[in-house]
Design a binder for this molecule. Structure first.
Ligand SMILES: [Zn+2]
Length: 339
């Protein structure tokens, strides 16, 4: 899979917002301070950088987009344009000296171009003092300065910052765009359908693939499902030996249940959709078809209802092991009804 350029990233993640901002540049209506708010990896930085590129590009395309090729675009991509100041948290926070650097840069005139662009990632990590320090610059628009504050957690931002910036909510990525960004993120191809069924956040995805957790989960669920399709009571044992070690905290327990929902939804789909829809468990395609054919519609719906009920049970504080064991016994019983 070829690596996406920054413009392609912005286009695939937030096409509408990107074009909106390009339009603001072209019509000279760019405001001086924005707060981009949205999930990690949803394209906030890409959009801000494309805007910066458009402000400096020597050779914009006919549709108004920056070319991405000229020396100016290249310098911005390389982080090498003194008039585009980008800051991201150094560790957990944006540090005091980083704030000083932003203020110093803000006070200086543009070096080469006519505009200075500030892109500040993780703006919610600014200390109250630091945020108040920046407030002065946000409050009193200085000609030819544009500041983009980027945050994944708007609720942690000072009210004074919120009220003085234009807040732009970035919607979560479409599952197609998210799948593509997982691909760009070097997530292995056979985990992408399941991951994009489970989450829309790159941070959450990173957590799930850490220590091979997701691969193990896929493996154990496949084993469990293969046993179920054979009416093998060992499925009950797999809960204990395979799934329980993966269910070490509430978040992971919830993900296991979500994955089981996806598994049975895909099975139901396999019964009715002849075309190859993208299943969250591509390696189980044949087994799912076998399962779908062996069961009646009523049986499948019964099982799916039981599967969906597990999420209520977890929310009601029921123990995960009994939830999974009860479910397994119920599925085995529901399947036998027909045999
Ligand atoms: Zn260019």
């Amino acid at each position: 899979m070829a690596e996406q350029t920054l413009i392609e990233q912005a286009e695939s993640k937030q096409s509408q917002l990107m074009r909106h901002f390009i339009h603001l540049v072209l019509t000279n209506r760019l405001s001086h301070a924005y707060l981009f708010s949205g999930l990690p990896g949803c394209g906030k930085r890409a959009v801000a950088q494309v805007v910066a590129m458009r402000l400096f590009c020597q050779n914009p395309n006919a549709d108004g987009m920056p070319c991405g090729q000229c020396p100016e675009c290249g310098r911005i991509l390389a982080g090498d344009n003194p008039d585009v100041v980008t800051v991201e948290p150094d560790g957990q926070r944006i540090k005091v000296d980083q704030v000083r650097y932003i203020k110093d840069e803000f006070a200086k005139s543009p070096v080469e171009g006519s505009t200075k662009v500030f892109i500040i990632e993780g703006a919610e990590t600014l200390t109250t003092n630091a945020a108040n320090g920046l407030l002065k610059f946000i409050e009193e628009p200085v000609a030819n300065r544009v500041i983009f504050l980027l945050t994944t957690n708007k609720s942690m931002m000072l009210a004074t910052i919120l009220s003085r910036t234009q807040i732009v909510e970035f919607p979560p990525l479409s599952s197609k765009a998210f799948a593509e960004s997982l691909r760009q993120h070097q997530i292995s191809e056979n985990q992408i359908p399941l991951l994009s069924g489970l989450t829309n956040s790159m941070d959450a995805a990173d957590e799930l693939v850490a220590d091979d957790w997701l691969a193990k989960c896929q493996h154990e669920l496949s084993r469990w499902f293969n046993q179920l399709v054979k009416h093998d009571d060992m499925a009950f044992v797999t809960v204990q030996t395979g799934l329980m070690p993966l269910a070490h905290d509430r978040d992971h327990q919830a993900v296991i249940l979500d994955a089981i929902v996806l598994l049975w939804q895909s099975t139901l789909q396999a019964k009715y959709l002849s075309d190859e829809t993208q299943s969250a468990f591509p390696e189980l395609q044949t087994t799912m078809l076998e399962m779908a054919q062996a069961l009646t519609r009523e049986q499948l719906l019964q099982i799916l209802t039981a599967v969906l009920d597990t999420k209520k049970a977890l929310a009601g504080n029921m123990n995960i092991q009994s939830i999974l064991e009860t479910l397994t016994l119920r599925i085995l019983a529901d399947m036998k009804q027909h045999v």
